[in-house]
Ligand binder design. Sequence first.
Ligand code: GDP
Ligand code: MG
Length: 269
Amino acid sequence: MVVGQSGLGKSTLVNTLFKSQVSRRSTGWSRDEKIPKTVEIKSVSHVIEEGGVKMKLTVIDTPGFGDQINNENCWEPISKYINEQYEKFLKEEVNIARKKRIPDTRIHCCLYFISPTGHSLRQLDTEFMKHLSRVVNIIPIIAKSDTLTLDEKTEFKQRVRKELEACGIECYPQKEFDEDMEDKSDNDKIREAMPFAVVGSDKEYQANGKRILGRKTAWGVVEVENPNHCEFSLLRDFMIRSHLQDLKEVTHNIHYETYRAKRLNDNGG
Ligand code: GDP
Ligand code: MG
């Protein structure tokens, strides 16, 4: 799921993900559509091929928040949606004639878009992440990072990490779920690299005879999948390759389990 303030490039990044290398073989993409403003929670699915295995990847695009004068409780529609998916799963699970494979619409990963201000997180951001991190795996990312210089980016990333820690916000991969020393050292590296600074685009250009996804500016093309230009491919590989299974496990064993225990408790009076 992608969430964050309006205009930070959420819908664009969804397109980037489906258009980038991971899904080159997926079909049914209509190209060069202009992205309209997102006004409702909307899901987009594509079959992608990963290491010879086909899988369905569904991304939930959400309307940006923060446009209102009063942004109080603006995470509520999002957390309501997340909980509704847990509820659906629970209903299927307690059903006597339950299906062999329960259809899983639960959100395994929530990308939180941070505005590339170079200053600090807004109160809205910390409130939002604080609430959501209790119900879902949050991965914060710096949106539109092509607007930051290298120094600004490094500094901003560092500041965001500090602020998240100061607010007690536990992002994915959560320290408490590291399984062993090796897991810990792998995840420490990721935690030190976060939040990933991304750039999104669904426009293709030619570079050295290859087609690349990029953003053309007066001073050159920002290549979305070039790790020297931004951390989009790092994020993608992390989410869809190395940690896909773990994201699903944490969702099932921790977030869903918390929901389930609470619901069954409530019912039992
Ligand atoms: P959303 O409201 O978060 O869904 O944002 P959109 O995806 O609709 O994008 C809003 C505007 O930002 C569009 O004009 C995009 O072309 C532009 N945009 C999207 N991603 C990036 C990016 O990584 N860098 C820059 N500079 N602009 C971007
Ligand atoms: Mg949008």
